[in-house]
Write a protein that binds this ligand. Structure first.
Ligand code: URA
Length: 211
């Protein structure tokens, strides 16, 4: 599933490296955002995480996954020896939707070129989709995320075949603690697909017990 209507080319022109300096394509998001939240992490990261869109904390700080979901993500990354600084983290849309609603289909499509250019330029070994929205967005089909978590699918993105690993949204582990296991196992699979090996830290899951 890939844009082929010239939106990637326009995004290439609009973007400064991996960043979107300005964008007014989505009127409701221009209204609700404080800023555009670009991806963070190395420009040549082997693992690229894709979330849905910034929440309130991300909108305040200008960085993806810095709220409670971000704490779960960071703790679990550490538990599988994948430090946050070593991976790239981005979102399907870069502006906070009002009242944390899901991005609309039009908003997802408006921002798709930015995501595809980021994928093209980072050229990761594996893309990890955090939750149903990014999974369906990149795969172009409906996804039963709790059933499909941990599966890898090859998808053409901006003309290049990419490995997409389906993962739960970290917030799912806050609502249902039984999801912590599958979440951690998927991050471990991401490390292994990217050829990153390391010692698993003890107590990674117990740190998540704070929630
Ligand atoms: N949830 C997301 O999908 N993205 C963020 O950046 C934060 C929370």
């Amino acid at each position: 599933m890939s844009s082929d209507d010239g939106s990637v080319e326009r995004a290439r022109e609009r973007m400064d490296g991996l960043e979107v300096p300005d964008c007014t394509l989505c009127p409701a998001l221009v209204e609700s955002r404080s800023r555009i939240v670009d991806g963070t992490g190395p420009e040549d990261a082997a693992v690229l995480f894709v979330g849905e869109g910034p929440g309130a904390q991300e909108d305040r700080e200008g960085e993806p996954f810095v709220g409670r979901s971000g704490t779960v993500l960071d703790d679990t990354l550490r538990a599988v020896s994948l430090e946050r600084d070593a991976v790239r983290i981005t979102n399907c849309v870069r502006c906070r939707p009002p009242e944390n609603r899901d991005p609309t289909t039009a908003e997802l499509e408006h921002c798709r070129g930015h995501l595809e250019v980021e994928i093209e330029r980072v050229d990761p070994d594996v893309i990890v989709t955090l939750g149903k929205v990014p999974s369906e967005h990149l795969l172009g089909r409906s996804v039963a995320i709790t059933k499909e978590v941990g599966t890898v699918e090859e998808v053409r993105i901006a003309g290049v075949p990419r490995r997409v690993l389906l993962c739960l949204h970290p917030a799912a582990t806050l609502y249902d603690r039984s999801q912590l296991g599958p979440f951690e196992e998927t991050l471990e699979a991401a490390a292994s697909l990217a050829g990153i090996t390391g010692e698993k830290t003890d107590g990674g899951q117990s740190r998540l017990g704070e929630f």
